[in-house]
Design a protein around this ligand. Structure first.
Ligand SMILES: [Fe+2]
Length: 180
């Protein structure tokens, strides 16, 4: 099957909604995927970076739910939706990208200091930095390292003045990685 038209339609309908830090959902997704490509990440991780916030596009929660005190669980929505099409090495980093923030804030002091105000706010809603027990559990996840890499692009994909290559440049990748 060709999934690209479905993804393109979601981006058409929701891509202009705000991600929350003066960039749109489309800008954010495309910047994250761009940084992944720049670092020559494996194709499947590039795809995960591109689609990591798709949960915001497949749910009907208000776009700034975090500011209303809800943890919208978009990582789980995205994971469940994408698992219809993709294997776990693509969907696990997506499922874990919020946990990866909690992980990094616990193990990397510099990371915590550099988090944006909005991200610090959502960190609280997401449970704050991981405890030592949670760190141990997180490291047992088969794709936790990919989730951590994705997370760093996620935090970087908030540049208001940067327009990276468009969604169409990922058409082949989106379709090619679909589970046989
Ligand atoms: Fe994100």
């Amino acid at each position: 099957m060709a999934l690209y038209p479905v993804i393109a339609d979601l981006f058409d309908r929701h891509g202009d909604e705000m991600y929350g830090e003066d960039v749109t959902q489309r800008q954010h997704a495309l910047q994250c995927a761009h940084w992944a490509r720049q670092e020559e990440a494996p194709d499947r991780l590039v795809l995960a970076a591109l689609l990591h916030d798709i949960g915001h596009m497949v749910s009907d929660l208000p776009e700034d739910a975090a500011h209303h005190g809800n943890d919208d669980l978009h990582e789980d929505l995205g994971d469940v939706w994408l698992r219809q099409y993709y294997d776990a090495d693509i969907t696990d980093p997506i499922r874990l990208h919020v946990a990866a923030k909690r992980y990094l804030t616990a193990v990397d002091e510099e990371y915590l200091e550099k988090l944006s105000a909005a991200s610090q706010l959502s960190l609280k809603l997401q449970g704050g930095p991981m405890s030592p027990e949670e760190i141990e559990e997180f490291r047992k996840e088969p794709h936790f390292e990919w989730a951590v890499r994705l997370r760093r692009w996620d935090d970087r994909g908030k540049d208001t003045d940067f327009t990276p290559p468009g969604l169409e440049s990922y058409e082949d990748l989106i379709n090619r990685e679909i589970r046989a």
